[in-house]
Write a protein that binds this ligand. Structure first.
Ligand code: FES
Length: 106
């Protein structure tokens, strides 16, 4: 099969708004959102504040692996299983996401 640029396109879907975008595989989620005014909130952009926390409802295996630093930040801000930091994501295949809930601090 001959490679064409069209073959490397993937889709990012925002569950809450229904907004979806076709982007190149290997895209930084942070850079994509900044360039397209996409509906996701960021803070520090370097993985330490947790503002960008999200859950991948589909495509969790289509992004880069989590680092220990990302895991530490997520532990402070959410209890949701499978949460990720949007600013740390590289998207290699279709994903569907929603914002992760805040950590229950009773
Ligand atoms: S924007 Fe601060 S952790 Fe992602």
């Amino acid at each position: 099969m001959r490679y064409t640029p069209e073959m490397s396109k993937i889709r990012i879907t925002f569950l809450e708004t229904g907004a979806n975008y076709e982007v190149a595989a290997g895209t930084s989620f942070l850079e994509f959102c900044q360039e397209h005014d996409a509906p996701h909130e960021f803070g520090c952009t370097v993985g330490s504040c947790g503002t960008c926390r999200l859950v991948l409802e589909e495509g969790a295996d289509h992004v880069n692996a989590m680092t220990e630093e990302e895991q530490d930040t997520l532990y402070m801000v959410t209890d949701e299983h499978g949460a990720r930091l949007g600013c740390q994501l590289i998207v290699n295949g279709d994903i569907t996401l929603r914002r992760a809930k805040d950590k229950d601090v009773d």
